[in-house]
Write a protein that binds this ligand. Structure first.
Ligand code: C2E
Ligand code: CA
Ligand code: CA
Ligand code: CA
Length: 281
């Protein structure tokens, strides 16, 4: 390129080459990781804003990489989506989250937990037999459909909307609930909300960040919460980090929240203490 010296050019070439090698390596490793069961789940509490009871948890995947240590999704989900490995990873996540949830329910019949939320990648959702996969995973884990909330993204709706709507209807007929994740970041217009048979809207953190400092942002979130209520959608505000944000959202009529203010993603062993119906003060 223009303005590049010979050294720059060679460095550029070798950066490109090593990026390619890294991507190829990652692909092989992702497939091995599924077989070796190197994936793990953390769970982040979702609370009822009115009383801060933990009513749900979101399963978040981590990769215990053989040499690089514990990796968050930022490091591999995109590569997994591109290579198709996400389909296998997603199937494992769904099965593991349901199995874990059923175990929590069995261990504490009075748990405040009502559901586990599971992220579904577009590629995973588009598998021809996705609805059947969900049905089989529920049976396998001995889990009730009401225990499962599937988080999909707005981008799904852009292609084959008819097929997507049909599958969403089938899932909901089964008793499984569906959420639109990261609402507000995609191409969505509010009119999608009318067409999409979903139950929950997860309002992206980028919308929550400025509600205390920007009057416009506050008004926008307030309007979305009102609209969602009129459409019978529950709203979960994501990325709540400050008590003031929680109070403002509660005042708007937003019923649920998730964020570091309440809890970070936790290992499974730390969940029961947060979901016992009687908790130490
Ligand atoms: P997401 O679905 O929007 O999940 C919420 C992310 O925000 C999580 O990051 C969580 O740790 C983080 N978070 C929660 N509260 C706060 C907060 O108060 N402040 C800040 N700064 N961050 C907060 P994580 O675990 O790194 O996951 C990132 C993304 O990776 C997820 O975003 C989701 O899109 C994807 N992902 C995670 N697990 C899975 C999975 O099993 N399958 C698929 N397909 N994608 C997954
Ligand atoms: Ca999510
Ligand atoms: Ca989200
Ligand atoms: Ca997000």
């Amino acid at each position: 390129a223009k303005g590049m010296g010979k050294g720059d050019w060679q460095r550029y070439q070798s950066d490109l080459a090593s990026a390619m090698v890294q991507r190829l390596e990652m692909r092989t490793q992702l497939h091995e990781a599924i077989e070796d069961e190197q994936f793990m789940l953390q769970y982040q509490p979702i609370v009822e804003l009115a009383d801060q009871r933990v009513t749900g948890v979101e399963a978040l995947v981590r990769w215990q990489h053989p040499t690089r240590g514990l990796l968050g999704p930022f490091h591999f989900v995109e590569a997994a989506e591109e290579s198709g490995a996400i389909v296998g990873i997603g199937a494992w996540v769904l099965g593991e989250a349901l199995r874990q949830f059923a175990a929590w329910k069995a261990a504490d019949p009075d748990t405040t937990l009502r559901y586990v939320s599971v992220n579904v990648s577009p590629r995973q959702f588009r598998a021809a037999d996705f609805v059947e996969q969900v049905r089989a995973a529920l049976i396998e884990a001995d889990a009730r459909p009401e225990w499962l909330l599937l988080e999909i993204t707005e981008s799904l709706v852009l292609k084959d909307a008819d097929k997507v709507v049909q599958d969403l209807r089938a899932l909901r007929a089964m008793g499984v609930r569906v959420a639109i994740d990261d609402f507000g970041t995609g191409y969505s217009s509010l009119s999608y909300l009318r067409q999409m048979p979903v139950d929950v809207l997860k309002l992206d953190k980028s919308f929550i960040d400025d509600i205390l400092t920007s009057r416009q942002q506050h008004a926008l979130v307030d309007a979305i919460v009102t609209l969602a209520g009129n459409l019978d959608l529950a709203v979960v505000a994501e990325g709540i980090e400050e008590p003031g944000q929680m109070l403002a959202l509660d005042a708007m009529g937003c019923h649920y929240g998730q964020g570091y203010h309440f809890a970070r993603p936790l290992w499974p062993a730390d969940i029961p203490a947060m979901t016992a119906s009687v908790r130490p003060a």
